[in-house]
Design a binder for this molecule. Structure first.
Ligand code: ZN
Ligand code: FE
Length: 256
């Protein structure tokens, strides 16, 4: 039985730890301390580190964690500089974590960064800063067309897929989503549900891809209400998915 625990770090990061009673793997250890504390508190031996992209809040703790826990494989995108990486992964590669009996397929999802990858397996998706609950990552290194293709790839995974992103941004994402689609009943219901979770101190993650298809404007570039809102905000009619997506992303970048 595999547990999946969000270890909080910084102001709003989740460092996801996969574990059974003896072993653990961690996704994106931006800080080693809370992960080391979690491993020690539960008597877990680290078996692997998986990184989605090179930003410091995702890889900043890799080397110190290795110093604490001993050498383990470090998986990371081939196209980026990942500290202490031992396995460079590309689209279509498989990541096997023997100690936990887990397998993940590597998906390249450029946009937030140029080499960003996601890990998908066992109905779980670890997607770093590409897809967020009701939102998506900023375009730091990629184009709107690249990010639209990346999000299309994630949107096409099975609806029941549970995804684990790296930040708790959900409530502010929902505020923006409601500015785009004020009449989306599923989105209104989600705001009530997720606000309740946050009020009780619970994470809003994981969410399912089914939830995102119904409520995340950044996966809804082909919905008439979203196209209309993006066009209105851009001041010109938009039709191409990357144009609708790009207008939404630019709108959100300045949204308060
Ligand atoms: Zn990032
Ligand atoms: Fe991040």
């Amino acid at each position: 039985m595999i547990g999946i625990t969000p270890v909080p770090a910084f102001s709003d990061n989740y460092l996801w730890v996969l574990h059974d009673d003896h072993h653990a793997a961690v996704i994106d250890p931006g800080d080693h301390r809370p992960v080391a504390d979690f491993l020690a508190a539960h008597g877990l031996q680290l078996a692997a580190i998986l990184c989605t992209h090179h930003h410091a809040d995702h890889v900043g703790g890799v080397e110190a964690l290795l110093a604490f826990a001993g050498p383990v494989p470090v998986f990371g995108p081939a196209a980026e500089a990942i500290p202490a990486r031992t396995v460079a992964v590309r689209e279509g590669d498989q990541v096997h974590i023997d100690a936990l009996g887990l397998d993940f397929a590597v998906l390249e999802v450029p946009g937030h960064t140029a080499g960003h990858v996601a890990y998908w397996g066992q109905g779980l998706l670890f997607c770093g800063d590409t897809l967020f609950a009701c939102g998506c990552g900023r375009l730091f290194e990629g184009t709107a067309a690249q990010m639209t293709a990346s999000l299309s790839k994630l949107r096409a995974l099975p609806a029941a897929t549970r995804f684990y992103c790296a930040h708790e941004y959900t409530l502010s994402n929902i505020r923006f989503a409601l500015a785009v689609e004020p009449d989306n009943a599923a989105l209104q219901a989600r705001q009530v549900r997720e606000s309740g979770r946050r009020a009780r101190g619970l994470p809003t993650l994981p969410a399912t891809l089914a939830d995102e298809r119904d409520t995340n404007p950044f996966l809804r570039w082909d919905q008439p209400a979203v196209i209309a809102a993006a066009s209105r905000h851009a001041g010109r009619p938009l039709t191409a998915p990357h144009a609708v997506f790009g207008a939404l992303r630019a709108w959100k970048d300045d949204f308060r």
